[in-house]
Design a protein around this ligand. Structure first.
Ligand code: HEM
Length: 267
């Protein structure tokens, strides 16, 4: 083996780019303040999980398109497991008291999770799209390009409806050709199909249950995030310029897949 080959040998550090990774936590406070590292690490870890979630959402939509139900189920299970970790991570940040946060909060200026394009991408995949969210990012940049692409692409719900149609259910044509940028609106025809699925089709009822888990999991994160915000900054406005917890409370309790919830009283 030549010296060159030894240099090029893959190690834990070179494969994972550990040196580069550990250089990415750059505090803005003087000192820096002790708790700022935790704040940065948590957010960076979230962004990595968001990246992985988007990767898995793309996979689950591909698998549904290929009618590969077992692997779609398997991928959804992975997504749900990651989501549980995302919710649990908030516990760590809740060990930071309001006064500890104040030691560096003003250094954040207008920076806020509100500006996380990957979070918006996840919302887009799940059918909550917004032109205003795309427009907040610089045209031509990574975030804008990714959001614009996802704005026009099918959502997970659309992939599911097309899959149901191929499974033999009479999904109305207007649902299959709906404008995928529009919000997912409740549909009597789809609810009738879902009731049929739950009564007679255990395989696809399981798939429906995983989508409900996903919907509930995202709502669980929103609820836990707003409680964390309330206990950390009370009723103060957010750094992103919103009313803070007051704004966040308006995002709670909105079902992503309304038909899956509507049928429950009729099952
Ligand atoms: C001390 C910790 C935190 C506080 C006080 C806080 C506060 C806030 C506030 C006030 C907002 C509303 C927008 C604004 O005006 O800024 C917001 C939005 C948001 N935050 Fe946090 N946050 C914290 C931690 C986190 C973490 C760890 C994440 C993980 C990525 C996160 C992700 C988000 C997202 C995605 C939004 C947008 C939600 C939406 O528009 O539906 N936040 N946060």
């Amino acid at each position: 083996m030549t010296d060159n080959n030894i240099d090029a040998a893959v190690t834990y550090g070179t494969y994972l780019k550990v040196d580069e990774l550990l250089a990415l936590q750059q505090a803005r406070s003087e000192g820096p303040e002790h708790d700022e590292l935790l704040f940065i690490v948590i957010h960076q870890v979230y962004e990595l999980w968001f990246k992985e979630l988007l990767h898995e959402f793309d996979q689950v939509m591909r698998l549904l398109k290929a009618d590969d139900t077992p692997r779609a189920q398997h991928t959804l299970k992975r997504i749900l497991t990651i989501l549980k970790v995302l919710v649990t991570q908030l516990d760590i940040l809740e060990t930071m008291t309001p006064r500890e946060f104040l030691t560096f909060r003003e250094r954040l200026q207008a920076a806020s999770g509100f500006q996380s394009d990957q979070f918006r991408q996840i919302e887009f995949v799940l059918g909550r799209k917004s032109e205003a969210a795309v427009a907040r990012f610089r045209a031509g940049g990574r975030a804008h390009t990714a959001l614009q692409r996802r704005y026009t692409e099918s959502t997970l719900w659309d992939a599911f409806l097309h899959y149901l149609a191929r499974e033999g259910y009479a999904v109305p044509a207007d649902q299959l050709s709906r404008d995928v940028a529009r919000p997912i609106a409740p549909s009597d025809a789809i609810q009738q199909i879902l009731i049929d699925v739950y009564r007679h089709d255990a395989k696809n009822a399981e798939l429906c249950e995983r989508l409900v888990d996903l919907d509930e999991g995202i709502q669980e994160w929103r609820y836990r995030h707003v409680k964390m915000v309330e206990r950390t900054i009370g009723a103060k406005p957010g750094t992103g310029g919103s009313a803070g917890a007051g704004y966040l409370r308006t995002t709670i309790g909105q079902n992503l897949f309304p038909d899956l919830w509507a049928i429950r009283t009729r099952l």
